[in-house]
Design a protein around this ligand. Structure first.
Ligand code: BGC
Length: 748
């Protein structure tokens, strides 16, 4: 695989977009892609490091900027924003997770300066970042390099000009071998240690500075014309009290760049060995897909203290909060490709079960209610009000924290999906079921009995956030029902199996009577009316003004003002809702119903949320709307490369990246599992000759080549897997290749 993404145009106004798409990360540290030679407001993101923020409860901290440097040749800055650019190239190599920069500048003095750099955020060493660079000038002169740890960083608040500082400096020191800074978040919870050292050879004068902006190394060299001077900036960034940044820095410096680079490349080789997907016949689709997977992979946290966030380690969009994006959109990829990461994400939910219990109690319910937005501490982190003007007089009110309750069922759903696919009994029996019992308890207390209707769920927001305070959201009610039935299933299993299952049941004191009540509620949950086979999204939705949009358009800007300003009065919806229900709970609907609902809702969906297209695309593929499915696939694959939503600067759209993988996996390859076997029903777009991919199913590593009329499966590792393709089931054993053909006559 040779995927290089090159960008050859410098435009300071677009830097923040490149900042996101050229981000490098290792799940722990994120370094945005802005050019190191230019100033920027963006520092570093560290997964799990949050601080209190007005309006947003807690937000991911913009930690000190460590990647920046400044270079001066004979006093003039070596920077594309101030000099004439003769060559500018930035290249993201996703195969090796490297960002390369190559510049040739003509200075005001007439001298030419070449600048080349490569940066890595080390794949295996979570605290390590390295920038290697070289400089060559066309004349003799004085080269000055400033290599700072910039501690005066702040987060942009609800407006960019309002900055919120999250760290205070505790220590700035220049040691013999390096510079060292320690900062602490204002709430005192996290200490960030940074050690950095700029290594060069030859006759160099060294000094350092320390001021309100931070601390920095200063190197001065008399350079000879046309000679290349090499530098390496080693950086270690720690975020827990027991780590020592200086010690680790000295260790990595001793190892040296080449060896560290080799370790890093080997790490990514291992990743791509399983994660890479090849699409024969459509290079553009293949590139966009693997690019998205790259960003998804580098955002997955290294442990279970925090989960994958909506916009990753790439930026500050959604304040670094965790949404259903993770459990429903991103998790399936990890569950099938890096199950340990999926386990971490679910364990994060389990770790925050007590907070979810408190949340339920505080809202007058029982069991556990997961917050709509979650940060490092697991409490509800959704802003309630966000000001629109500087005076703080005009506000937008946000009700999702109070009403978007489906998140609680989504978490339970994800636990089940993970267990079915991985067979991770240890996780499910110890943690997963406890979550399922407690979330079922929440629903049992959340429903109300209404004569003539059954159990209703009032005042919620479904995935379609245009309509607030609605009663009986189709998505919410059906997911709640699913959650209750799941709990009943595991109640029975715990009673039968004993062991950890039973211990979990006893830990949360579920009684026979309670389990029976779950069944009674589930069987009598009210489902809104259907008209001609179309499910009503919530009570009264069909009575709203009908308004239709072009399925291939995106967002709200295409709507007339009258409609845009009063979306809630119309049947327009923000994102897949009934269709998302039919995707997640597909066993409960026949194709005819899915098609009818798709045909209705697709004309009323603005896709103003980036979560919408994947769900519609998967369904479109299933019902044979190949062109539409392909159109959405490509839009999702290029969502950030083409800044389709106009907000790429805020971070990568990770739910879309996970959804993109699901379009390929479930939509085009038609891979499904009931937990005991795999079923494949290929429906690849016409121009695709084949798809080659790997994934893990219950511990077995499968390698597949999928064509519309032929599927080849190899079990590379693990045990036997039963596979069904074109109506035929075969047992695939390790190290043998099994082929399936569409026409019986060609069967091997
Ligand atoms: C969507 C939500 C999503 C959130 C974070 C919102 O615009 O409507 O479904 O969870 O963005 O991505």
């Amino acid at each position: 695989m040779k995927y290089r993404f090159a960008f050859k145009r410098y435009n300071s106004r677009e830097e923040s977009i490149y900042g996101t798409i050229l981000t490098l990360g290792n799940g722990h540290i994120g370094i945005r892609g802005e050019l190191e030679l230019e100033p920027t407001i963006y520092g570093t993101t560290i997964a799990g490091v949050y601080d209190y923020a007005p309006y947003f409860y807690r937000e991911i901290v913009n930690a000190p900027r460590i990647i920046g440097i400044q270079a001066f040749f004979n006093g003039e800055p070596v920077s594309p924003s101030t000099q004439k650019i003769l060559k500018y190239e930035r290249e993201l190599d996703i195969e090796n997770a490297l960002l390369k920069t190559s510049l040739l500048l003509e200075m005001h003095s007439g001298a030419r300066v070449d600048y080349e750099s490569v940066r890595i955020v080390h794949g295996r060493r979570k605290n390590v970042v390295i920038l290697k660079f070289s400089i060559r000038a066309s004349e003799d002169g004085i080269l000055t390099i400033i290599s700072p740890i910039k501690t005066d960083v702040a987060n942009p608040s609800y407006r960019e000009e309002i900055l919120i500082k999250h760290v205070k400096v505790e220590k700035l020191e220049a040691l013999e071998d390096c510079i060292h800074a320690e900062v602490r978040t204002l709430d005192g919870r996290y200490r960030i240690g940074i050690a950095s050292s700029l290594v060069s050879h030859g006759d160099v004068k060294r000094s350092f500075f320390k001021n309100d902006e931070g601390i920095g190394d200063i190197l001065t060299i008399n350079v000879k014309k046309d000679r290349t001077y090499h530098f390496v900036k080693y950086i270690v960034l720690t975020s827990s009290e027991d780590e020592d940044a200086v010690k680790e820095l000295l260790e990595i410096r001793e190892i040296g760049f080449d060896k560290l680079l080799k370790e890093h490349s080997d790490h990514w080789k291992e990743i791509w060995k399983i994660a890479k997907i090849e699409i024969e016949g459509d290079e553009k689709a293949e590139k966009g897909l693997n690019f998205s997977l790259f960003h998804l992979i580098q955002s997955a946290p290294v442990d279970d203290k925090i989960s994958l966030t909506a916009r990753g380690i790439h930026g500050f969009g959604y304040r670094g909060h965790v949404f259903w994006d993770t459990d429903i959109y991103a998790l399936p990829f990890f569950m099938a490709v890096f199950p340990q990461k999926a386990r971490n994400m679910l364990k994060y939910r389990y770790n925050n079960l007590n907070q979810a219990r408190e949340n339920a109690k505080q809202n007058g319910y029982k069991g556990a209610q997961f917050p709509w937005e979650s940060a490092d501490d697991g409490y509800e982190a959704t802003p309630r009000l966000v000001p629109l003007d500087m005076l703080g007089k005009d506000f937008v009110e946000i009700y999702t924290g109070e009403e978007e309750h489906h998140i609680t069922a989504d978490v339970a759903y994800a636990m089940e999906l993970y267990y079915r696919f991985t067979g991770d009994e240890e996780f499910m029996s110890k943690y997963g079921v406890e979550v399922i019992f407690e979330t079922a308890r929440f629903w049992a207390s959340r429903v109300k009995y209404k004569e003539g209707k059954g159990y209703v769920i009032e005042r919620v927001i479904g995935p379609d956030e245009y309509h607030e305070h609605v009663n009986n959201s189709f998505f919410t009610n059906l997911m709640a029902k699913y959650n209750l039935l799941l709990a009943l299933k595991y109640f029975r299993k715990a009673r039968e199996n004993g062991g950890e299952w039973l211990k979990s049941l006893e830990r949360v004191h579920v009684t026979q009577e309670e389990a029976e009540k779950w069944l009674e509620i589930a069987e009598n949950i009210y489902i809104p009316r259907q008209i001609n086979g179309v499910f009503e999204e919530f009570d009264g939705y069909f009575d709203l003004e009908d308004y239709r949009v072009d399925p291939k358009g995106l967002g709200e800007n295409r709507l007339p003002r009258r409609v845009k300003e009063n979306l809630k009065a119309t049947q327009l919806i923000k994102q897949a809702d009934v269709i998302a229900t039919q995707y997640l709970l597909k066993e409960r609907f026949d194709m005819n119903s899915i098609k009818k609902n798709f045909d209705y809702y697709i004309l009323r969906t603005t896709h103003a949320s980036s979560l919408s297209m994947p769900t519609y695309a998967i369904t479109a593929a299933r019902i044979g709307y190949e062109d539409l499915a392909y159109d959405y696939f490509m839009k999702c694959a290029y969502i950030d490369l083409h800044n389709l939503y106009g907000n790429t600067q805020d971070g990568f759209h990770l739910a879309t990246a996970g959804g993109l993988w699901q379009i390929l996996f479930s939509g085009f390859c038609g891979i499904e599992s009931d937990g005991s076997s795999i079923k494949i029903s290929p429906r690849l777009p016409k121009m695709w000759k084949s798809v080659r991919l790997k994934f893990l199913f219950r511990g077995a590593l499968l390698s597949l080549e999928i064509k519309n009329d032929e599927v080849k499966v190899k079990v590379l590792d693990g045990g036997d897997v039963m596979i069904e393709v074109f109506g035929k089931s075969k047992l695939c054993s390790p190290n043998s290749c099994v082929a399936f053909f569409k026409e019986e006559s060609k069967e091997e």
